[in-house]
Design a protein around this ligand. Sequence first.
Ligand SMILES: *Cc1c(COP(=O)(O)O)cnc(C)c1O
Length: 477
Amino acid sequence: MPETPERSANPFRALPSVDELVRSLGEADGAGPLARIPGAVRVELAQDALDALRQRIGAEKLDAAAVKEHVERGALLADLVTRATREAGRGVVPAVNATGVVLHTNLGRAPVHPEVAERMAAAARGYCVLELDRYSARRNERDGRLGVLLARATGAETGIAVNNCAAAAFLMMQTFAGGREAIVSRGELVEIGGSFRVPDVMARAGVNMVEVGTTNRTRIADYERAITADTGLLMKVHTSNYRVVGFTEEVPPEELARLGRDRGVTSGWDLGSGRIEADGARSLEIVGDETVVKEAVASGVDVVAFSGDKLLGGPQAGLIVGRRAAIRALRKNPIYRALRLDKVALSGLEATLELLLAGRGDELPARKHMHLSREQLRPVADRLAAAIAGLGGFQADVVDSESQPGSGSAPTVFLPSVAVRVRWDGGSADRLADVLRAGEPPVFVRIHDGRVLLDPRALLEGDEARLLSAFRAVASA
Ligand SMILES: *Cc1c(COP(=O)(O)O)cnc(C)c1O
């Protein structure tokens, strides 16, 4: 049978050139959000889109007419727009947290106070007084001021700051027990968030870990028996993200501190979430029985480590407070240089602690969000539900729910909350969550019983409007 001209035409000839395709992307987007994608990257993306279509032509044996139709109805350009949108939308992009989880590690944990953000931006934009005392012109420590603020907030003699609490724990282990032994309870050999396992970190710090006790019970005598001339650290680790309940016994920190003092061995406590109570701020007892940093310090333990961006509500950091001599030893460790904080995070921590010490702790977003009651959240949820239902294509109602502090702090604590329960005519809950996450701004939700739940607990100033504009975009797509 003779072939028609359409059939015999080479389908690959029906593809536009890379240049043509790049040009149509420019026309489609104009000065839109894709404008900041550099020309060379546009060319790369256009080549990728063309390659993908070439593969389809081969796999599905598309003829020239089918390819022409595909290109003319805009499907190739749409594929390129999707690729370009994803290129522009990746990276550290502001998002709306409608999960109700206040300290969401994947979403950047604690949002800082607007005044704190201002101070951080100012430090980032220009020069700042960092390793110099401006009144004597002498060199000093970059976290000297922070040490003073930490002392005021925790009752410790001084403090030091590193990149995060994992770095703090590492520095503590390496400084006091590197090339020597650290004694730790079997019940505290935890894994914290993915790959941070206490035994592995100890090994990498060159520490010979000596495990004592059992999973559920460890006594001071267990530590005492294990001490040798080689012991450099008696370590306590807060089992942040899990609980052993029932027949349990944990060594009181006072006993650990006393044993350390008697035997000339440093005692250290990785507290993790770092609950600081301050005058004029509501107590964080709402998150359960988390040890208050001040009480940990008062127990007499030499050094206490905690995060800057968990319950403290500041930028990412690991803080170690304690006795002056022990902090000096940490500072003298050359590894500190590799773990120390930059000027931006340092200025943010100073500003956060100053707010807390000025009696304004309740203004810190993370702390404020933890304290929101169901009654305070309900009007927000009601407003959102009415607005979403009014968009068409959605059904929305308000249900009681529970949210979590997050970041492994207080795993057994649930905060009474409310949520907007949404059903979408356009697809399943998973599909709606996907579309919202890929949208602008990205919105993160919870899914429960096959429904999308929007928990207003962690919404910030302006987020209600951003959330609605994200839903409006879904409705009109
Ligand atoms: C969260 C946590 C860490 C890790 O803190 P980052 O700031 O995430 O590095 C370490 N130890 C404990 C006990 C924690 O709870």
